[in-house]
Write a protein that binds this ligand. Structure first.
Ligand code: CP
Length: 315
């Protein structure tokens, strides 16, 4: 694997290799010194053209815990604001010796353009492109689900809300089905994308009828910033039909977990009490994101010489 661009590119074996490597790396989080020497001398560039809290910080933490050098590049404070092109930005990063470029961009397909352009030799990692994909979010979600539910074969995951604008929903639909889970997308008709019938999922407009059969429910953020039209009559109506409130929370089986990729609109797609409840794994998703992103960087940049534990022993 040279790049990580799409969950669709990952076979079941690829996915399990990343998730099992992340299990090994997650144990680092419990140690007083959270560092391995594995990527010493390598440079990871975080190239973010769109805002991010979790993804940018966790890629930075992941790279630093593997002893890589990290360059954080924010489009707002760069020459991009003076009109510099993606190509010239990429050539600049290449000249600085980037080994991996972690890119988030508002335009779907930008990471693929960078990976296939021939402008850079670095590994490209998609950290979210437009409404298309967010593969490391799906990996950290699968990692979190496996911690709570074990093998995902036959497990039922319900993904609820603004599927139309969600790169998280698409990547999860692809990755979770690769792992054998049964994914149901629940949304108003206006927030399901054209072509969803070709996805490896079931769809429903009725949240109440899916909850008692769900092993996990993943709430999606309503992406107001991508909506230039009215997709539902009012926030109150959306919340009433598709919000995970206390009444709906009570319909879930006892073992079911509640997820959200963040950032959350509390009171809109999820109530504050549900978000903070004992069955919410939303904060744990963030912790797991560091381990999963460490695994991705490790596997892309180390050439899989040996396991992280073996590398530590010989350091
Ligand atoms: N889940 C996610 O991508 O969050 P950020 O936008 O904060 O990175």
């Amino acid at each position: 694997m040279r790049h990580l661009l799409s969950a669709a590119d990952l076979t079941r074996d690829d996915t399990l290799l990343i998730l099992d490597t992340a299990v090994e790396l997650r144990s680092l989080a419990d140690r007083p010194i959270k560092k391995l020497p594995t990527l010493r001398g390598r440079t990871v560039v975080n190239l973010f053209f769109e805002d991010s809290t979790r993804t940018r910080i966790s890629f930075e933490a992941a790279a630093k815990r593997l002893s890589a050098d990290v360059i954080n590049f924010s489009a707002k404070s760069s020459s991009l604001s003076k009109g510099e092109s993606l190509k010239d930005t990429a050539l600049t990063l290449e000249a600085m010796g980037a080994d991996a470029v972690v890119i988030r961009h508002g335009a779907s397909g930008t990471p693929h353009r960078l990976a296939n352009s021939g402008w850079v030799r670095s590994s490209i990692v998609n950290a979210g492109d437009g409404t298309h994909e967010h593969p490391t979010q799906a990996l950290l979600d699968a990692f979190t689900l496996r911690r709570h539910l074990g093998d995902l074969e036959g497990r039922r995951v319900t993904v609820v809300g603004d599927v139309l604008h969600s790169r998280v929903a698409r990547s999860n639909a692809l990755l979770l089905s690769t792992l054998g889970a049964e994914v149901t997308l629940v949304a108003p008709p206006t927030l399901l994308p054209v072509g969803v019938s070709t996805w490896p999922v079931q769809t429903s407009y009725d949240l109440d009828s899916t909850l008692d059969k769900s092993d996990a429910v993943m709430m999606l953020r309503v992406q107001h910033e991508r909506m230039n039209d009215a997709f539902f009559p009012s926030a109150r109506e959306y919340s009433r039909r598709y919000g995970l409130d206390d009444r709906r929370f009570a319909l879930l089986p006892d073992h079911a977990v509640v997820m959200h990729p963040g950032p959350m609109n509390r009171g809109m797609e999820i109530s504050a009490t549900v978000a903070d409840s004992h069955r919410s794994v939303i904060v744990e998703q963030v912790t797991n994101g560091v381990a999963v992103r460490m695994a991705v960087l490790y596997l892309l940049l180390s050439g899989q010489r040996s396991s992280p534990a073996a590398e530590e022993a010989t350091a």
